[in-house]
Design a protein around this ligand. Structure first.
Ligand SMILES: C[S@@+](CC[C@H](N)C(=O)[O-])C[C@H]1O[C@@H](n2cnc3c(N)ncnc32)[C@H](O)[C@@H]1O
Length: 227
């Protein structure tokens, strides 16, 4: 029984990883960018990273592998996602912790905060501004926030262009343009991709002195700031 549950979870990890790369083809390119930036803030002997909306633990596992002394807390409200993350990250023992809590809650002290395609679930900008204030408060001076997500201009020309490029990037993964547009319309019910300038402005308002875009490709973006 335990074995079959375990196999099932492994299958879910594999399925999730495959699906996310088809829907967000920029996903794998964002990871090394995030890891390089986390290296700026993580001391050799450890460090504590919060992974907000960590889902199945893909980012947490990559962080745990790259920084063998770091501790990572995955915050996610979905117990099933956390269960899958637990399976994926089992090899890292108690260096990875699983916290069933909303990333809108106050955060514990840490060296770095990371998120990957999770904070776009926040549709209300005032709530997102509160999250950024909480991140600022949790980070030690010199700590870093690195968010890999989606940012789209509000003006129609650049907005349409970004979605067009995103749709085009899905084609080699078997998702044609009408299917891509259907996905975008459906995700719009749950997701919100504020323009990058809005994101950076909210980080500045939260107290970060030099918010920065570290990488971008069409709608996909890695941005954040050093406290
Ligand atoms: C698309 S998944 C991304 C998972 C993972 N970061 C990755 O890169 O594969 C978004 C995750 O955010 C989580 N989430 C959504 N709203 C949340 C909230 N308010 N607090 C914590 N997690 C949340 C969802 O449960 C889901 O696991």
């Amino acid at each position: 029984m335990a074995h079959s549950v375990s196999s099932h979870l492994k299958l879910r990890v594999a399925e999730y990883d495959e699906l996310i790369r088809r829907l967000v083809p920029a996903y794998p390119a964002m990871r090394p960018v995030q890891l390089e930036l986390l290296a700026l803030a993580l001391p050799e002997g450890g460090g504590r990273v919060l992974d907000l909306g960590g889902g199945t633990g893909a980012l947490a596992a990559a962080i745990a592998e790259r920084f063998p002394a770091a501790e990572i807390e995955i915050w996610d409200t979905d117990p099933e996602m956390l269960g899958t993350a637990r399976e994926r990250c089992a090899a890292f023992g108690d260096r990875v912790r699983y916290v069933q809590r909303s990333f809108t809650d106050p955060l514990p002290p840490c060296d770095a905060v990371a998120a990957c395609i999770a904070l776009h679930h926040v549709k209300d900008l005032s709530v997102k501004a509160g999250i950024y204030r909480n991140i600022f408060a949790a980070l030690r001076p010199g700590g870093i926030f690195v968010n890999a997500d989606t940012a789209v201009c509000a003006g129609p020309v650049l907005r349409d262009h970004a979605f067009e490029l995103w749709a085009r990037s899905m084609a080699p993964h078997g998702i044609d343009r009408p299917q891509a547009l259907t996905h975008f319309a459906s995700w719009a019910h749950e997701d919100f991709y504020p323009p990058l300038i809005t994101e950076l402005g909210m980080l500045a308002s939260a107290g970060f002195v030099e918010p920065e875009c570290f990488w971008r490709e069409a709608a996909a973006v890695v941005f954040g700031a050093v406290r």
